[in-house]
Design a protein around this ligand. Structure first.
Ligand code: VAH
Length: 311
């Protein structure tokens, strides 16, 4: 990884992946791209819409990119309100990235998948090879991404890799349009309002992960020896699973007056289609995945940073 291009640079993951990549000794340049021009933070920036294949291909050539982290996507909840947009960005956009990467001779393409690939028929505590019948266009696009990543590797030798990320929690950049956004919004509202209205039931358990661990997972899969990877595009990576009730209790350990209310909306159906927990033993065995943060340490770190950020 010498010259890296990141799509979705302004997003929840991109805004923290880029500085993590820039800290790595082997990385010389990180080109930050997004549909709106990213803030110039010690590296080149480009305004690129992944639906524009030519613009993306031109950036690969102009910067002689060897590695792409493709993060640009419409998330689950927003995708259900704008399915055509999600199809264009997540499916056609990813195909553009694959084709441009193939033609450019990209060394490595890292694209996160998601637990959204699972559906109601997926057995509990699923591994990598299981029933994938997602009920969202976002989940369908991630199944497409996993299979197309494998296809481009088998047929064109393009080294595509990915991990199925759970809901990601962070304090730097708000997520947008995700079903798991409640797990971030609750922290902001606990500080700013002292209360939060969750949009899912209090017993809705979902796999989650703190951003620092998600960054480790993405860089871990990106740098793992290829021949150690049995599921290069589809590894489950887990950290913790919790319900809104458990999150509320963890926040109340620090803010006893925090009040939670539960008013499920249409996102409850999406959350109910995903598993409570996942089996990530393959990632831990094949390439040494391990997480650091649990609910208590994540909650303490989130509140500490947000109290500083929100003043
Ligand atoms: C979403 N945060 O809610 C994303 C993620 C597993 C959930 O893919 O759509």
């Amino acid at each position: 990884m010498q010259t890296v291009l990141v799509t979705g640079a302004r997003g929840q993951i991109g805004s923290e992946l880029i500085p993590a990549l820039q800290e790595r000794s082997e990385v010389e340049t990180v080109v930050a791209t997004d549909i709106e021009e990213p803030e110039a933070e010690s590296g080149p920036t480009e305004k690129i819409d992944v639906r524009d294949k030519e613009a993306f291909a031109t950036a690969l050539e102009e910067y002689d990119v060897d590695t792409v982290f493709h993060l640009a996507a419409i998330l689950s909840a927003k995708g259900e309100n704008h399915p055509q947009l999600a199809f264009e960005v997540n499916i056609e956009g990813f195909h553009n990235v694959l084709e441009a990467g193939r033609q450019h001779g990209l060394e490595r393409l890292v694209v996160p998948s998601s637990i959204a690939v699972f559906g109601p028929e997926t057995p509990t505590d699923p591994g990598e090879m299981t029933t994938l019948a997602p009920r969202t266009i976002y989940g369908i696009s991630k199944v497409f991404g996993e299979h197309m990543g494998n296809y481009y590797n088998w047929n064109f030798g393009l080294d595509v890799r990915g991990v199925r990320l759970p809901g990601i929690i962070s304090h730097k950049t708000l997520p947008g349009g995700g079903t798991t956004d409640y797990a971030v919004e609750a922290f902001y509202d606990a500080i700013e309002n002292g209360e939060y209205d969750y949009f899912v039931r209090d017993d809705t358990e979902l796999p989650m992960m703190y951003m620092a661990d998600a960054i480790d997972a993405l860089i871990g899969i990106a740098t793992a020896p290829r021949d150690s990877l049995e599921y290069p595009c589809s590894y489950n990576v887990g950290a913790l699973s919790f319900t809104p009730k458990e999150l509320t209790a963890a926040i109340q350990e620090h803010r006893p007056d925090f009040e939670a209310h539960y008013e499920p909306d249409e996102r409850q159906e999406i959350a109910d289609s995903w598993p409570d927990d996942i089996d990530d033993s393959a990632a831990r065995e094949d390439w040494g995945w391990e997480h650091t943060y649990d609910l208590e340490s994540m909650t303490a770190d989130m509140l500490e940073h947000l109290e500083e950020k929100l003043g």
